[in-house]
Design a protein. Structure first.
Length: 425
């Protein structure tokens, strides 16, 4: 442990965890697609092997870059990512109704993936030079612009899942840059109000029974708690007013949308996220098949290449979004636990950098990388077991995909670079 804390040491544990996950991913992609002898899925595991090999080369390349160079190039990388997003909207290749892909140097790439790295580096550079404070909202103008521009461009594709990554990654970075946990709570409180106001409406519609005034109880309790926190912490008046108005607005707008705007078929799509059985052959099909696959694996799984759900192609997108379901079916609880443990090692090692590295820019990169990986891991796994809506967010290291594999490689490379780079800048 002491040796790993020394400046200039290579984090073998972090690298070994990443390499092990990529190897597991290759075997899972093969397992999910080996039955396809023809068509677009035939032999794609070979492509994944190539992408992983490229990922290793990218890690080596990033390790050779001095930290000062990464710092100086951050805004240029961000600008390049924005240009690629604009090009994807103007001349992108449409896939499943979304223009998210472009041809670049003979490769088909997804610019929104590279935008994650661009936003990470740009935010890290700005926040390393400027502090943010909820008591001075002007300090958020530039960071919010850094986020809003790619957020809007990605949302237009449309790709809500990737757009949300920018916001989720930014919050821990803001916290590290000067916000308190209470400040973060005030920022996310409108989202909590939206959820607490919306869930009773969904449950009431799903069951066919009206809860009457009790539908507002969860939000009402939270709102009273918010007022109590504001009263005892005594923030400035504009935070008082802003927090109350924002929470009232989000809770009201979700009620209006549900009652007057959304049509029945749209409501059923949302309901199926909470109760897939409400639309078992439509919007709920993916989650139902995923839960069947994971549950059938029991403790030790059915064995490699023996998963019936994946072998019979009952599980949609089993080589990308639902690759964790393939893991659960074939290797059971034990296999899932091993993979989750490897993920945990990666995230913990990334966050541990903030204790051993003193450079503010590098610390912010470490926090951003760990947060981004944690968000992808949590949302994807929760999605496969029915705890989160199906958002199309892939699972790091395991899901098939060139652009995402390269993005994850950059994140790992930045984390590894943090320990060995010259921090005197």
């Amino acid at each position: 442990m002491n040796e790993l804390r020394k400046k200039g040491s290579f984090d073998f544990l972090l690298f070994a965890s990443a390499a092990a996950l990529w190897m597991i991913g290759i075997f899972l992609v093969y397992s999910a697609t080996h039955i396809h002898e023809t068509g677009p899925l035939a032999g794609i595991y070979k492509q994944q092997v190539i992408w992983v090999a490229m990922a290793m080369l990218i890690i080596i390349f990033i390790l050779s870059i001095p930290g000062r160079v990464i710092f100086s190039a951050s805004y240029f990388i961000y600008g390049g990512a924005i240009l690629l997003l604009v090009f994807a909207i103007v001349s992108g290749i449409e896939t499943k109704g979304a223009g998210r892909w472009i041809n670049l140097a003979g490769f088909r790439v997804q610019p929104s993936e590279f935008a994650k790295v661009g936003v990470l580096l740009a935010l890290a550079k700005y926040l390393s030079e400027k502090k943010v404070s909820l008591y001075d909202l002007s300090t958020f103008i530039v960071p919010c612009l850094i986020i809003i521009v790619p957020f809007g461009l990605v949302l237009k594709q449309p790709d809500l899942g990737t757009a949300l990554v920018f916001c989720v990654m930014a919050l821990p970075m803001f916290y590290w840059a000067g916000l308190t946990l209470l400040d973060v709570f005030y920022i996310i409180s409108p989202i909590i109000s939206l959820v607490l106001a919306g869930i009773p409406l969904l449950l009431s519609y799903s069951s066919g029974e009206s809860w009457g005034i009790f539908e507002a109880a969860p939000w009402g309790i939270f709102f009273l708690a918010l007022i109590a926190i504001l009263y005892f912490t005594r923030p400035p008046l504009f935070i008082w007013i802003g927090s109350i108005l924002a929470n009232i607005f989000t809770s009201t707008i979700v009620t209006i949308l549900w009652g007057s705007v959304l049509k029945d078929y749209q409501k059923m799509r949302i309901i199926s996220f909470i109760n897939p059985q409400a639309d078992p052959f439509g919007a709920g099909y993916q989650v139902i098949q995923s839960k069947v696959a994971i549950g059938s694996g029991h403790i030790f799984g059915k064995g490699y290449l023996q998963g019936t759900q994946s072998r019979l192609s009952f599980l949609p997108e089993q080589h990308t979004d639902f690759i964790f379901s393939v893991l659960g079916e074939q290797f059971g609880l034990v296999g899932c636990s091993v993979v989750i443990l490897l993920f945990l090692v990666l995230i913990v090692r990334g966050l541990m950098l903030t204790h051993s590295v003193k450079n503010r820019f590098i610390n912010l990169i470490a926090v951003g990388c760990a947060s981004m990986l944690a968000f992808h891991i949590f949302v994807n796994i929760a999605m496969t077991v029915g705890l989160m809506p199906v958002t199309g967010i892939p699972l790091p290291f395991l899901s098939y995909g060139g652009s995402f594999t390269i993005t994850v490689a950059v994140l790992v490379g930045l984390l590894l670079n943090a320990r060995i780079t010259n921090q005197d800048f």
